[in-house]
Design a protein around this ligand. Sequence first.
Ligand code: FAD
Length: 448
Amino acid sequence: MSLVGQSLTQALQHPSAPALTPRRVAVIGAGAAGLAAARALRRRGHDVVVFEKGPRLGGIWAFEPDPGDDPLGADPVRPYSALYDSLRTNLPRDLMAFVDYPFDSSGGGDDAWPRFPGHAEVLAYLERFARDFSLLDAIRFDTQVDSITPADGWRVISTRQGRQREEAFDAVAVGNGHYAVPRIPSLPGMGAFPGRVQHSKTYRRPDGFRGQTVAVLGASASGLDLSTEVATVARHVYWCADAFAQLPVEQRVRGNVERTAAVAALLPDGGLRLRNGAELPAVDVLLLCTGYRYAYPFLPSGLVDVDDNWVRPLWQDLLHVRHPTLAFIGIPFRVVPFPLFDVQARWFAALLSGDVTLPEPDTLLAASERRAAELRAAGVAQRHFHQRSLDCYDYLDALCAQSGQPPIPDWHRDLAAAVLAHVAANPGRYRDRPLPTFGPTRVAAGTA
Ligand code: FAD
């Protein structure tokens, strides 16, 4: 059990804040988080407007085959989606699904879809979710939120087809995602590097890497997927991350993929200096799988600040400590995203209906600072403060208990543990290896 989750649950047993009864709620984004928020808020009778700057719902799952000519993904608006052509989920669809809307024929899926489906299936699932819960009429497409400021409630300024509009809302649920602004490491020598530098946000397929020597930077999910895919056509792939620095020599090379320490500097001839002092010969391409930055360009700084990827001041990674009508759906990562969005959204909807009683703002701030201090004491880097993992279930349990929601079923936690073991036992092949079913998800015979 997370210490913080426990102490906050205890704190909520001492109600002190008044119930809130807003009528109009702005939801930013029609990705999975925004859709979950729209459903939860409407179920509680709130009047919801979902602002979506793109032409489609689904957020990153609305795949864009052509990311444009912007290899570092510097444009803050396009592309909307960071997904590559071959992407299949890294969670089985049982765990991906909103808990009460299965990813099978009893919900928004198909029993014959793979357990680890492709992006097109996830988009179809989200489209069915929006249809089945009648959310489409709440979404304003092609409408970008430019600014949100506190003003006896909230003043929201948005732009659609060049025309700005200002409106008042009682509450705001921010679901703008955090896979839009690439994190580009500032490596010495980057300006003089003679090769191509690209971020995974704009990677779609391996064609452009044929015969090339490629350095893939970063050992997270995209680093794993892209180093594997690029290696099918590249001459040689250096996969560089601190996680590999201690690997014994015999485990460093698999096929044409060589795992090395992280890159410390780029050399003028295209070579790389590594953090362990070694140097690699010239590479043609640097493929940065270095993640993303949280960004809230529509919120005034001072209200919300992002400090080395730590968004603050938030309580439970969810609620603004001084403005309890401003919530952020989907900030934690390394979690089960859709169930987490749903639980957070229901929590916020319950709060706005007066069914969650808040401690005083000072208590919220103290709890938020206490969690940061605990993470720091445990040696967690600040940019990982929103990272959870299997303890996300403790976090979800706490939110469910605070807001009168049924807990996430036990099979979910059991399957999550089994998936971690499954991925560790079948690196690179886990998506096509049989995985036991734990819960009610329907899986057609013969489906891995
Ligand atoms: P997004 O999907 O990014 O949606 C945010 C929406 O907000 C977008 O539609 C955007 O256009 C809109 N928006 C942003 N700013 C504004 C504004 N100012 N005005 C109006 N609209 C705005 N999760 C899984 O569960 N399983 C997986 O296998 C998985 N694989 C992933 C692979 C990759 C490569 C990445 C990057 C992520 C993956 N995820 C996966 C995590 C994924 O991000 C979540 O599943 C989820 O889709 C995020 O939803 P979201 O709504 O928070 O954000």
